[in-house]
Design a protein around this ligand. Sequence first.
Ligand SMILES: [Zn+2]
Length: 88
Amino acid sequence: MTQPTNTTTLIVSQAYSKCSACGGYALPAETTHDVNVSFGQPVRPGCGAQFTAITTDQDGYGVEAALRAMLTGLRPDLPIVEFGGHTV
Ligand SMILES: [Zn+2]
């Protein structure tokens, strides 16, 4: 694995996970954006940015405890940050 040169936020919704740096779909367990995925399958290389935080763009979740628990359960290593005006 190459040393990541930039960092990014992992954006998780009910339907997908995305990389905020390049907008490509990502596997939620990745520490860096190594692959772009389509329907859960790797399709091409990702941008290589390191995931340093996690958030969601799911409408209507806001500050719900269930969302925070989901994000923490998915990636306990990443801090939760705000996205698009949501206070997560
Ligand atoms: Zn990326």
